[in-house]
Design a protein around this ligand. Structure first.
Ligand SMILES: *Cc1c(COP(=O)(O)O)cnc(C)c1O
Length: 345
């Protein structure tokens, strides 16, 4: 640390991303990406858009916005360089002093709280790793909830979400839907009913575009304009032309998207059943990963064993009994199952 660093940042602990190993070195099930590549049409659109990179991109992403609003039947959207950037914009726009989020959730919420000098209340989960809606009533501070939550995979249903929204009329509630496409429910349908709702989403998990960096927020126009105020005061060209083009094709190609999500959900259900038959305790996931606990070993032991078999999963020191395993292709999941069956034979 230099003597010149802003003293407010002296104690800041940055987010630790999951390991990104050399391609092909591991079966990579550690950061919840899609195992399927972008579609050939999306790749072709990227090559075409690359020819325009001498010019600045469209700061309002008009073509992508039109495609998105039409497909999802929403009035307004704003895009970011990943949903992490959208969350950062939301912190600047809506978090003046205090914010509340689940104690076990996406690690970036605490990092943003520290970065933007916002006091964070971490609300405990129940003993079953669930979010208890009542613990979010009348908070009078901005709320952020990942739904489905990470790394548990457990989702609140529509009624539970509505109870939180209705009991927080005085503050914004941000629902981070990074995994919602695997759950069958999106809070987008509640935007017209609740003027305090911001729904954040990403193309990184269900839309095969983690490396392209594309996230979004949907909300009523007033809230979107607030986020746009921050975006346009920070980086109007935040989503590059190649990414905008790939995003538009991803939305237009609904069949490819649905096929990829369908395969992942089917593999998830089979894998949960396999784990149960092999004595693991697995939380009821609605996401593209499972959070699971082996019967007579720690999460770290399972992590290290799978790593030795060239399978990379995620282990969190704070929840040492569990590992988080991203759902991959059928072939990848067969390799994981085989490794688990061989474990300690
Ligand atoms: C992956 C993830 C994000 C960030 O996604 P990007 O769009 O790639 O920045 C945000 N929230 C949660 C809960 C996530 O798991």
């Amino acid at each position: 640390m230099s003597v010149f660093l802003n003293r407010q940042l002296a104690g800041l602990i940055p987010y630790t991303p999951g390991e990104q190993p050399k391609r092909g070195e591991f079966i990579k099930l550690n950061t919840n990406e899609s195992p399927y590549p972008p579609s050939p049409r999306a790749v072709a659109a990227a090559a075409e858009a690359a020819k325009t990179l001498n010019l600045y991109c469209d700061p309002s992403a008009k073509a992508l916005t039109a495609e998105f609003c039409n497909y999802y039947n929403v009035d307004d959207v704003i895009f970011g360089n990943g949903s992490d950037e959208i969350l950062a914009f939301c912190y600047l726009a809506f978090c003046e002093k205090e914010v509340a989020f689940p104690k076990i959730s996406y690690g970036f919420y605490q990092v943003f709280s520290d970065l933007y000098n916002v006091v964070a209340e971490q609300i405990p989960l129940t003993e079953n790793f669930e979010i208890d809606p009542a613990t979010y009533f009348n908070k009078k501070k901005t709320i952020i909830i990942a739904n489905p939550n990470a790394p548990t995979g457990i989702a609140l249903n529509k009624d539970q979400l509505e109870s939180i929204l209705a009991a927080n009329e005085q503050n914004v509630v941000i629902i981070d839907e990074a995994y919602a496409d695997f759950s069958g429910f999106s809070a987008r349908s509640l935007i017209e009913k609740y003027n305090n709702l911001v729904v954040v989403g990403t193309f990184s998990k269900s839309r095969n575009l983690a490396g392209a960096r594309l996230g979004f927020a949907v909300a009523n126009t007033e809230l979107i304009n607030d986020i746009a105020l921050v975006k346009n005061s920070y980086n109007p060209y935040n989503v590059n032309a190649v990414t905008q083009a790939m995003g538009a094709v991803s939305i237009a190609e609904a069949a490819y998207f649905e096929e990829c999500v369908g395969k992942i959900v089917a593999e998830r259900e089979k894998f949960i059943e396999f784990l149960e038959q092999n004595g693991f305790y697995t939380l009821p996931s609605k996401a593209n990963f499972v959070f699971t606990k082996p019967a007579a070993a720690s999460g770290e032991e399972l992590y290290e064993y799978l790593r030795s078999k060239k399978i990379l999963v995620r282990y969190f020191k704070a929840i040492p009994d569990f590992v988080r395993i991203t759902i991959g292709t059928a072939i990848e999941m067969d390799a994981v199952k085989e490794a688990i069956i061989d474990w300690r034979k």
